[in-house]
Design a protein around this ligand. Sequence first.
Ligand code: C5P
Length: 224
Amino acid sequence: GDVAVLVPAAGMGVRLGPGGPKALRLLGGQPLLVHAVRRVAAAAGVGCVVVAAPPAEVDAVRALLAGVAPATVVAGGDTRQASVAAALAAVPANFEIILVHDAARALTPPEQVAQVAEAVRAGHDAVIPVLPVVDTIKEVAASGAVVGTVDRSVLRAVQTPQGFRREVLAAAHAAAVDEHTDDAGMVEKLGVTVYCVPGDEAAMKITRPVDLVIAEALLARTLR
Ligand code: C5P
């Protein structure tokens, strides 16, 4: 495979409540990171997985993943962007397609990973999986007064993995001045066109306590 997947997993998951680094929280008895790495490693074309772990947990994460899939584990940074940069630096030079994932999207199907990589291989510099927005979205002033209603039909909710030609992602990280939580957003600032492919509800981001409840149900469904 010519595809490398970066898995930033160094966040503390404060919004999930107390309990240590989010990527090591359990879902169906296994850490979120184990679910995520198993699925990306199973995707067609993937030949390299690099995990950015909390600096104090690098050895523990290496041991955790030993029986799951071949993966390189590096120390993450203070921000997601720094963790992505650390992981990117550990990818061997022969990988031309780089996917950036989130450990928090633990149940992302291997097929979604493969489809994003395939769209990059087909010629797109940057590719993101997206879903339609289901809620009505309002722009609201600090006072609480509604400023306006955004036309939902032009909006999309963005998932991961996001896929890039390696030079494009490296250039975006080299050019970034402020912090970004979205790699595609960094690439947009370079003037590069980002292309959308369909996402999957199973690639939901596990952020709040309710998300763990939903993810447990999704996991039980896929095991049945
Ligand atoms: O906090 P949030 O859910 O937005 O984090 C998204 C992903 O980025 C998570 O997988 C988290 O572990 C990772 N992250 C990281 N390094 C940080 C902060 C977040 O690898 N310093």
